[in-house]
Design a protein around this ligand. Structure first.
Ligand SMILES: C[S@@+](CC[C@H](N)C(=O)[O-])C[C@H]1O[C@@H](n2cnc3c(N)ncnc32)[C@H](O)[C@@H]1O
Length: 531
């Protein structure tokens, strides 16, 4: 197939649709080149056609070039993807943390007394967290413990979220960023690190924090990191205060990105409605095309409370951009919505490794990334524009009670990786209707191509299932939709055959079966393996 044919097909499709997947163009071409090869061929022609390409999962989205969207060149993208394949805290960030420990304690960062005090602080913090008590950052050691135990994972976690914003075309070439409850500046550090690595984009970062110790750590770490990365990010003087008591003049306006990272769950004095009121009031400062990121830990209590809070924020006029897709156009019921993403483990830092020496050391290793997040915007625009077409022969998940023990067709977003094991595979799905929790189950007895049919499909992707068997799980008031040998599975906008061919995966693979509804482990004995 000649380059001319490919460009003609591209021109034709771009004339028909404002946005489409590269796999759709590949389908138009019949048995043509691979997606990667196709992307390579069309890239030089995109500018002339007023089009832009961006990766999404194992596919690409092609759409009209939007002014004011941050673009990343191939080399920058490759560097960031390579970082995610082997993630860890870079040396230029590790050493200042160690130096800060030394400055605060007057001793070497790996002095046995210092390490022991940090261990005690980490254990106390974890215990406060699981007892759902207010976590205290009033003294020095809790903040040093946070820097050693939580910050490395949260740093890489926010890079995943920031990268998602960039790849979805939601980041601007210059961004005004506000991080609320910044702690020692984990989110600003992630922004500095990522923009430095991709070598494009600039930002000005504002932050709010109420604890003096965190404030001090922020001032010691964040401006120096920005300088080390060539001042691509301008660090504004952080605001010391309570995010619930900010005065209008305290904050900048026209904010492009407003972040609540692991902070809403700490507003214990506020219920879901109170937290939503607070976010909605602060959203007044958002630019018309700005984005709010809410991210919380993945455990059952925090993740489900977060989904309800996001829903309550949406009721106050903001639109959920992702991960929810509301494909039937109905409101959902998030009360039992436990969904989270998982990304590859990070390398432990030097400090973490020293803390983990000795008996019970695994308690100080925190390397697995699991989080519940949502993007909200003022403009009603979703990551997935798909709506179930009128008259389509799919059952709503909220109507499964009518179809018990029957074979039916459903269409839904994939909202987890394999929650089961290698024998019985279990995936959470959601179609945005107010349904009981619903899972796709690949039984251990199933043989053939359907065993791996959901492998490699990214979190949030929309999938059609033709001929799944409905089973009700009474013990958990949940539905299992069982994949049979004759079940057909098709991802919207991407044929499944393509997914299995490219074999890449973004899918989280949590090890907790959903029936137990256990909290994701925060300690990992697997942690010390080198990725
Ligand atoms: C778990 S830490 C998260 C830090 C950072 N955002 C991250 O993701 O690593 C929560 C931070 O929010 C701060 N915080 C909690 N409630 C706050 C409030 N009402 N006003 C300002 N900061 C608050 C705490 O002091 C703490 O630094």
């Amino acid at each position: 197939m000649s380059e001319r044919d490919i460009v003609a097909a591209l021109r034709h499709r771009a004339g028909e649709e404002p946005e489409f997947r590269l796999s759709e163009l590949q389908n138009d071409l019949g048995a043509g080149p691979s997606l990667e090869r196709l992307a390579e061929v069309i890239r030089p022609h995109l500018d002339g056609l007023g089009l832009a390409i961006r990766p999404t999962g194992d596919d690409y989205v092609i759409g009209r070039r939007r002014e004011g969207v941050l673009t990343v060149d191939d080399a920058g993208r490759e560097r960031q993807v390579a970082f995610f394949q082997n993630p860890g805290v870079p040396e230029y960030l590790q050493r200042p943390v160690e130096a800060y420990v030394e400055r605060k304690t007057g001793k070497s960062w790996d002095d046995p007394v210092v390490l022991d005090r940090m261990r005690n602080a980490i254990l106390a913090q974890k215990s406060q967290y699981w007892k759902e008590r207010q976590v205290s950052y009033r003294k020095a050691y809790p903040v040093l413990g946070y820097l050693a135990y939580h910050a490395p994972v949260y740093l890489v976690q926010f890079e995943h979220i920031f990268w998602q914003l960039i790849t979805q075309g939601l980041a601007k070439p210059h961004m005004r960023i506000l991080d609320l409850g910044t702690g020692p500046g984990v989110v600003p550090l992630a922004v500095i690190d990522l923009l430095g690595r991709i070598g494009s984009g600039t930002a000005e970062v504002y932050a709010v924090e109420r604890s003096e110790e965190n404030f001090e750590a922020y001032n010691a770490l964040v401006p120096a990191a920005a300088a080390a990365q060539g001042e691509r990010v301008q660090v504004e003087k952080p605001i010391r205060g309570d995010i619930g008591a900010l005065k209008p003049g305290d904050l900048p306006d026209q904010i492009d990105l407003m972040i609540f990272s692991n902070v809403l769950n700490e507003l214990r004095h506020l219920d879901i409605e109170g937290r939503a009121d607070l976010v909605a009031a602060l959203a007044e400062r958002l630019a018309p095309d700005g984005t709010i990121v809410v991210v919380e830990p993945a455990d059952l209590a925090n993740a489900t409370t977060m989904r309800q809070t996001v829903r309550a924020i949406a009721e106050r006029g903001l639109a959920i951009h992702s991960p929810c897709s509301f494909i039937w156009g109905t409101p959902c019921n998030p009360a039992r919505c436990w969904t989270f993403e998982q990304k590859g483990n990070i390398w432990p830092t030097r400090l973490m490794e020293r803390l983990a020496e000795g008996e019970g050391g695994y308690r100080f290793i925190n390397v697995d990334i699991k989080y519940s997040s949502a993007l909200l915007r003022k403009v009603a625009e979703r990551e997935h524009a798909y709506r179930v077409p009128p008259g389509a022969k799919f059952a709503r998940l909220s109507q499964l009670h009518r179809h018990r023990d029957k074979k039916i067709n459903v269409v839904a977003a994939l909202m987890s990786g394999n929650l089961g094991d290698n024998w019985t595979k279990v995936y959470k799905i959601c179609d945005g209707t107010p349904a009981d929790p619903t899972y796709i189950v690949v039984p251990k007895t199933l043989r053939g191509a359907n065993r791996d049919v959901l492998e490699g499909i990214p979190y949030g992707a929309i999938v059609q299932f033709y001929g799944v068997l409905v089973r009700y799980n009474k013990d958990h008031s949940a539905y299992n939709l069982v994949v049979l040998p004759g079940t057909r599975v098709e991802r919207i906008g991407c044929p499944v055959s393509e997914e299995s061919r490219t074999g890449t995966t973004e899918i989280p693979r949590p090890r907790n079966p959903p029936k137990k509804e256990v909290r994701p482990p925060r300690d990992s004995r697997r942690a010390r393996r080198r990725p």
